[in-house]
Design a protein around this ligand. Structure first.
Ligand SMILES: [Zn+2]
Ligand SMILES: [Zn+2]
Length: 370
């Protein structure tokens, strides 16, 4: 019998279109699963990788290509002999829909042992696609899921468009927001209305935010943010300077400023602007500044005299995934999470999706292996 194979779009060099390759499906270790990917999404951090902005971290080559992509969902295709359930003890069988973490915290470093920070060793199992088990990225037909990656069964009522952004965008935002506090009748400002920002608007509302203000430059994103809970939007076209935007925020908050500002843009220059918009004792949460070397010029006197808190957050813990599934089921008629995937591409057309994402023409691009 011929050995089964799967297709993958592999990455061979910085800023170079991905190429189609085919690999044999791997033999399974006892605790592993092979997932048939039903949809992947192109995340902002994939674009940073593609453009070479993660200095020294990812170095693909023709001889050692990588499969990009980490935001995905799929169905159990094959199970190792020890796999019986998901991480909540729910029985698993071939064909079940699942979500899973794309990273494996090592469990044996100070970040893992002490609490909430991301594990610095979490991608140590990232391998070239020429090596076993070949399928360790999302832009492929299959994904080799190690036994130490958290996996949860997906409720039938959630479509792939809603489920796929969970394992990066939505869980990262949810965990970050969980690390901060929104006070009674609090106002939340969100800098950026991409997939993370729209999710953050809804999470802010679900955490009891009385008012949510979203800042972006694209009119259609700002319009969509209203259905994710935004009460006010501030367009960079209408308010082109930081001073004009600050004045608008002060108008909207009766001169007090916002209780929580959330950065999901990935540009360090917005931090100073966000800090200015905070009320005394306010909190600034940054989740988008992930590429390294992002230097910001801050007037830190404000941090002292206004009693501000700056919080950074990345990745998430296992508990976030099932909580987010619950949230999506409970609020499926309230927020259009299925609209976050605004465009879909076939696996072999992923380069088109990457280009449109780089140009900012999509909210989140979905990749469907078919
Ligand atoms: Zn991501
Ligand atoms: Zn660790």
């Amino acid at each position: 019998m011929a050995r089964e194979t799967g297709r993958a779009m592999v990455w061979t060099a910085i800023d170079t279109p991905l190429e189609l390759r085919e690999y044999p499906l791997p033999e399974l270790e006892d605790d592993a699963m092979l997932v048939k990917i039903t949809m992947a999404c192109i995340c902002g951090s994939d674009l940073h990788s593609y453009k070479g902005e993660y200095v020294g971290r990812l170095k693909p080559s023709k001889e050692k290509p990588l499969i990009m992509g980490h935001e995905m969902s799929g169905r159990v295709y094959r199970m190792g002999r020890n796999v019986k359930t998901d991480y909540l003890g729910q029985p698993l069988k071939e064909g079940d829909r699942i979500i899973y973490s794309y990273f494996n915290p090592c469990g044996k470093c100070w970040a893992c042992v002490s609490g909430s920070a991301p594990c610095p060793n979490k991608h140590r199992f990232r391998k070239s696609s020429v090596e076993f088990p070949h399928f360790r990225g999302a832009f492929a037909e299959y994904y080799y899921l190690r036994g130490d990656q958290w996996v949860f069964k997906v409720p039938d009522e959630l479509p792939d468009e809603t489920v796929t952004p969970i394992n990066c965008a939505l869980s990262t935002v949810t965990y970050g927001m969980h690390q901060v506090r929104i006070p009674f009748e609090g106002t939340v400002l969100i800098q950026g209305a991409g997939g993370l920002g729209l999710s953050a608007a809804a999470i802010a509302k679900e955490m009891g935010g009385a008012r949510v203000i979203v800042v972006d430059k694209l009119a259609e994103r700002l319009e969509l943010s209203k259905s994710f809970g935004a009460d006010h939007t501030i367009s960079l076209n209408e308010y082109p300077t930081p001073e004009a935007r600050l004045e608008r925020v002060m108008q909207l908050t009766g001169g007090k400023g916002v209780d929580l500002a959330v950065e999901v843009v990935g540009r360090p220059e917005v931090v100073a602007e966000g800090l200015e918009m905070l009320c005394p004792s306010g909190t600034y949460l940054t989740m988008g500044l992930v590429t390294g070397g992002l230097i910001s010029n801050l007037d830190l006197e404000k941090v002292v005299h206004k009693g501000l808190t700056i919080v950074g957050s990345g990745n998430y813990k296992a508990w976030v995934l099932p909580k987010v599934l619950d949230l999506l089921v409970r609020t499926r008629d309230k927020y259009p999470f299925d609209k976050l995937v605004s465009h879909k591409f076939k696996l072999e057309d992923v380069n088109e999706g990457i280009q449109l994402s780089i140009e900012g023409k999509v909210i989140r691009a979905g990749v469907v292996p078919g």
